[in-house]
Design a protein around this ligand. Structure first.
Ligand SMILES: [Zn+2]
Ligand SMILES: [Zn+2]
Length: 207
């Protein structure tokens, strides 16, 4: 039987951009061009449905109506993106796909920012754009929408710390600069905004 071969949407690559450099393991692991060439069997064979607490939180925080919420999957062995990215949004299938093992290895706040970014893509139902300037705009929009919605100065601080070494490369692709993330951190701190996880962590420290 000839299986249907598909190219994952190019848009996924923009999500990959976000993930490059975010952990040591993936730091500039692969140039984007390499990722473009990835061809795979229907990637539905390489994902399985899951529940993820941060996705659930993000869907709610981003005020996405129930009928528009993208279902969540996790990559399983054989998915070509398992070594490439931590998470992506597939606009054709309208699904969010997580590389759970990877995400669980990162600091919680960084993971939270990354997942909020992908959920923001799904809220805006963004497809990739072949015009680089449009693509930069799309990434900026999702990054701003996602990170601003985290409403936690500790999460955004963790994000800023992690991406600082690759600030220039990221902003060139449209992602928020460290300066922009720090501005949000400052604002959240002034407003005493902390997520539940970091509130509990702080309470433990004080106990
Ligand atoms: Zn993105
Ligand atoms: Zn937090």
């Amino acid at each position: 039987m000839i299986s249907k071969r598909v190219f994952l949407p190019i848009f996924i690559l923009s999500s990959i951009c976000l993930t490059f450099g975010l952990t040591k393991q993936f730091q500039f692991a692969k140039p984007i061009e390499t990722a473009v060439g990835i061809e795979c069997e229907d990637e539905n064979s390489y994902v399985r449905p899951i529940d993820d607490a941060i996705v659930t939180e993000a869907l709610f925080a981003l005020e996405i109506p129930q009928e528009e919420q993208a279902p969540t999957y996790e990559m399983i062995e054989g998915n070509p993106y398992i070594t490439q990215t931590h998470a992506y949004y597939d606009p054709q299938k309208h699904i969010i796909v997580l590389n759970r093992k990877d995400l669980e290895e990162m600091p919680y706040g960084l993971r939270r920012c990354m997942i909020f970014h992908e959920v923001a893509h799904s809220k805006l139902h963004q497809f990739s754009n072949t015009d680089p300037n449009q693509q930069i705009k799309i990434e900026h929009e999702a990054d701003f929408e996602g990170i601003k919605t985290t409403q936690c100065h500790m999460c955004t601080h963790e994000m800023a710390m992690d991406v600082a070494p690759i600030d220039k490369e990221r902003t060139a692709d449209g992602y928020l600069s460290v300066k922009e993330i720090n501005a949000l951190t400052k604002q959240f701190r002034a407003e005493n905004k902390v997520c539940e996880y970091h509130r509990n962590a702080n309470n433990l420290k004080m106990a």
